[in-house]
Design a protein around this ligand. Sequence first.
Ligand SMILES: Cc1cc2nc3c(=O)[nH]c(=O)nc-3n(C[C@H](O)[C@H](O)[C@H](O)COP(=O)(O)OP(=O)(O)OC[C@H]3O[C@@H](n4cnc5c(N)ncnc54)[C@H](O)[C@@H]3O)c2cc1C
Length: 491
Amino acid sequence: MKRYDCIIIGSGLGGLQCAYILARSGRKVCVLEQGEQIGGALQTFRRGKSVFDTGFHYVGGLDHGQPLNKLFDYFDLLDLPWHRLDDNCFDEIIIDGKSYKYAMGYDNFAKVISSYFPHHSEKLHIYTEFLKEVNENIFTSLQREDSSELYESKLFTCSAYDYLNELFDGDPEIINVLSGASLKFEADIKTLPLYVFAQINSSYISSSWRLKGGGMKIALKLAESVKLMGGEIITNAEVTEIAEGDKGVEYVKVNTGEKYYADNFISDIHPAATLSLINESRYIRKIYRKRITSLENSFGMFTANIRLKKDMLKYRNNNIYIYSNIPVWQINDSLERNEINGVLISYSLDDSDNGFASAIDILTPVRCNDFESWKESKVMRRGADYETYKREMADMMIDFVGRYMPELKTCVDKVYTSTPLTYRDYTSTYMGSAYGIKKDCNNLMQTMLTPRTPIPNLFMTGQNLNLHGILGVSMTSVVTCKSMGIDINLK
Ligand SMILES: Cc1cc2nc3c(=O)[nH]c(=O)nc-3n(C[C@H](O)[C@H](O)[C@H](O)COP(=O)(O)OP(=O)(O)OC[C@H]3O[C@@H](n4cnc5c(N)ncnc54)[C@H](O)[C@@H]3O)c2cc1C
């Protein structure tokens, strides 16, 4: 019989980080991963000489003293080949043909945006001061023992849109521009809590970075450290049952029939998927199950991974967000019409360093429900209509980008595409949703989950709890392990 101090279900960023924290504090840990590869949304894939990311493009807040730097210092991830984006323009926002630059650093950011909106310059300083404060304090807020205060503060209960609307007197142009990097979360006018908007934007404004070679390097480095500290990571081990004993979870069973016993269990998979693995429970009430399984999830992504002809398209050390004339906060509604109204373009960073890009990714949000008719199908066997849909979407995206970057079309060598179903089947993204459970400022207590579950020795972690993204998941890993009584000292 195999027995551990802690079993972790899923080797996404959250699972690997929890394994790292526990192994570093001397616990005997084992991570069970259903896939052939570890990493979840951090996985990369190779086509020819090009390496493509699946769910990772850039991170924010990695400069000395900033939140992700402190976390990655603890996780021993600072030595990876991080590459700082352009200080004068880390994100270019193009709205209805007009270009705006996001500059790095709060003062710089305010100065450059003020050059487009001189009449808002004072308010822009208020805005960046606010973002700075959020970046400095959010982690403390999320670690609070008593969360009731959290549920009352404006940062958590106010909608991001209402905040911008009030501060900038409803001026649609500046609201659009300040929301221009919003494909990194679902900009829902009614529900998006201010903390999600502020935290994500703030961390990238503080400093923005790509990783040479892709996100999988994060997963591999964490896995190597966990193993060096005595932890185990087992792939092709899909947890099919979480079984209760007298005092809580007793063991988990995997697809081979093998049982893994432990004192504590952490699930890095979607909370609804976690509950589906628990058949009988004296701790989980029907109402809890209903609440968790009925939570709404974010949109999915359609991605065109484009291999470029050699030395044709200049590498750009920034991301580009392009929107049509539809307001950024209405992109969600436009998804139903199956149009392309907003894309993110991310340049791959490879070893050649010759000033040209070898690959780019273009991402656009899509509704996961639109894929219902293919949901029972398996990879590579989804049928001709699916292949046609993908080809048409990719063409539409290249046309859309081509309006603003006419040079792109002649540089395309080969296009690979992914839909929410691809994410579901390759990286096990729950139902294909890109960012997991949608946080709702009107219903925060229900949508922002704590690591504790009704079962005393079963904890949760990962993007579905507090905040998605590399920084959000890293903060949550610490919160999860702290709630298990582990002492963690971040410098
Ligand atoms: C298209 C896209 C682009 C993104 N871009 C960025 C970006 O640029 N910057 C950023 O900060 N964030 C980005 N993100 C978000 C970020 O990737 C995620 O928030 C984060 O990686 C999620 O990590 P996780 O640990 O919560 O879960 P996951 O990565 O989903 O890991 C869960 C793991 O559990 C495994 N699993 C599932 N079920 C079982 C089971 N029954 N038994 C065993 N194992 C199981 C899965 O195989 C998977 O490995 C992006 C996401 C997407 C989808």
